[in-house]
Design a binder for this molecule. Structure first.
Ligand code: HAM
Length: 423
């Protein structure tokens, strides 16, 4: 036998019971996004590398250290998407759809990170993007959608952090002031930031090391650098959320990792998860991104939420039941070596009943074992005797005490199963 392969480091396969959970969280998201007026968007999993370099920022940590960049056989340089926003905005610019453009997606994202629980080299995001308006009502809608979503999947222990980075001018004024303040205090920063503090100064606000926290706490604060319009926008977002009963914590340190963010930024954190991997969703405005990617000036906002993190948070809260039932209703056991099982399965499936069966003419005992394991509600048994008599035996696989089964005429099977399933 040849040596078997494993999934690449930092990636994982999803199958079996875990796959049922995935289906549940994805279907719930799709349904909610539809209710909020979003249509699905699918874009290529790789893009010209410039889409991300210009979009998330050439100097961002993701672009410099984590992006999977490769040259194809035609000599073009592409990147596997590290996130979902820049590709959607690239597609928006390319197709020029009517405004507002509201799209939702489910996508893998690739980042060369140090793999650990809740941090992978391939993870999956559910997300939305809205382009075409800077109305604070859209910020409210997007944040409220994610809040509704987490509630709908049964999450309880989460909080919403919110901030405003201001528009480009407020932001760059703040960065200038912060840099001037830090320039005299470089030796007091953590070891890593002593070296890179001037490359992406805002990232310092994200540093959890006590030295950096102390220096930045004592320094200039982002909220003090917002212009009147940006402050008014932020106030409108907060009061809109309050009106919907969505509570948020203003967090001036919340600057997020990509260069495209302007004004509102937010993050949903799970209190059931470890601090370093507790962000279960995050996003914000990117009012300049369409322009940066060659389009007309068009404001935008969105979020991405990690499916793996969400499932870890649900598990940490003790919620492991899938949101949708993916066990079959009926298992057909057939020892006739005819096409009896095929015909019964087809009849029930056509009537909307999830039906499975055994193959390879295995013994009755072997087939019943599989039926018991399948989680099906009923087994339908057909052997040579039943076939000759035009009968089928129906057995309740969930009756606890004695085996409960009856024989019924073959032509009444569908009606009997439907009525037992309460349909
Ligand atoms: P992000 O915060 O980098 O934002 O990622 C969104 C979410 O993806 C995170 O909150 C987390 O749940 C999950 N996530 C990120 N990296 C990993 C990883 N290595 N392993 C597991 N889960 C991970 C974005 O990607 C932006 N595109 C969000 C956005 C949309 N902003 C505006 N629109």
């Amino acid at each position: 036998m040849s040596e078997a392969f494993q999934a690449p480091v930092g990636t994982h396969d999803v199958l079996g019971a875990e796959a049922a959970q995935w289906e549940g969280v994805i279907a719930t998201f799709a349904q909610l996004a539809y209710r909020y007026g979003f249509s699905m968007i699918v874009t290529p999993v790789f893009e010209e590398v410039g889409v991300f370099n210009r979009g998330i920022g050439e100097k961002s940590e993701v672009a410099t250290k984590e992006m999977y960049v490769f040259e194809d056989r035609g000599g073009r340089t592409y990147a596997l998407r590290p996130e979902g926003t820049a590709p959607v905005v690239r597609a928006f610019v390319q197709h020029n759809p009517t405004l507002p453009f509201k799209a939702w997606y489910f996508t893998p994202a690739f980042r060369y990170e140090r793999p650990q629980k809740g941090r992978y080299r391939e993870h999956h995001q559910l997300g939305v993007e809205v382009l075409g308006s800077e109305d604070p009502a859209i910020d409210v809608e997007v944040i409220s959608l994610l809040n509704d979503y987490f509630k709908a999947v049964g999450l309880k222990q989460f909080r919403i952090l919110i901030n405003s980075m201001g528009h480009e001018e407020c932001r760059s004024k703040y960065v200038e002031t912060l840099r001037a303040y830090l320039a005299d205090r470089v030796d007091q920063l953590c070891e890593e930031h002593q070296k890179v503090w001037d490359q992406n100064t805002l990232r310092l606000l994200d540093c959890k090391k006590v030295e950096c926290v102390a220096i930045t706490d004592a320094g200039p604060q982002l909220p003090d650098h917002l212009c009147t319009e940006c402050e008014a926008h932020f106030t409108a977002v907060k009061s809109g959320l309050e009106a919907l009963g969505v509570s948020c914590e203003r967090t001036p340190r919340l600057v997020r990792g990509f260069d495209y963010y302007t004004r509102t930024t937010f993050e949903f954190v799970s209190d059931a998860l470890d601090g370093a991997q507790n962000a279960i969703g995050g996003g914000g405005r990117y009012d300049k991104l369409a322009e940066q990617l060659g389009g007309n000036p068009t404001p935008g906002i969105g979020f991405g939420s990690g499916v793996e993190r969400l499932l870890l948070a649900l598990e940490a809260e003790g919620q492991t039941e899938p949101l949708i039932n993916r066990t079959p209703a009926v298992f057909v056991v057939d020892t006739t070596e005819t096409d009896a099982a095929s015909l019964i399965c087809h009849e029930l499936r056509s009537a909307g009943i999830a039906t499975v069966r055994a193959y390879d003419n295995r013994s009755m005992k072997a087939q019943m074992k599989v039926a018991d394991k399948s989680g099906a509600r009923f087994a339908l048994l057909v052997g040579p005797q039943e076939l000759a008599a035009g009968q089928i035996t129906i057995r309740d696989l969930r009756s606890e005490e004695k085996i409960e089964q009856i024989s019924i005429p073959r032509e009444k099977v569908l009606a009997e199963v439907l009525s037992r399933l309460g349909k």
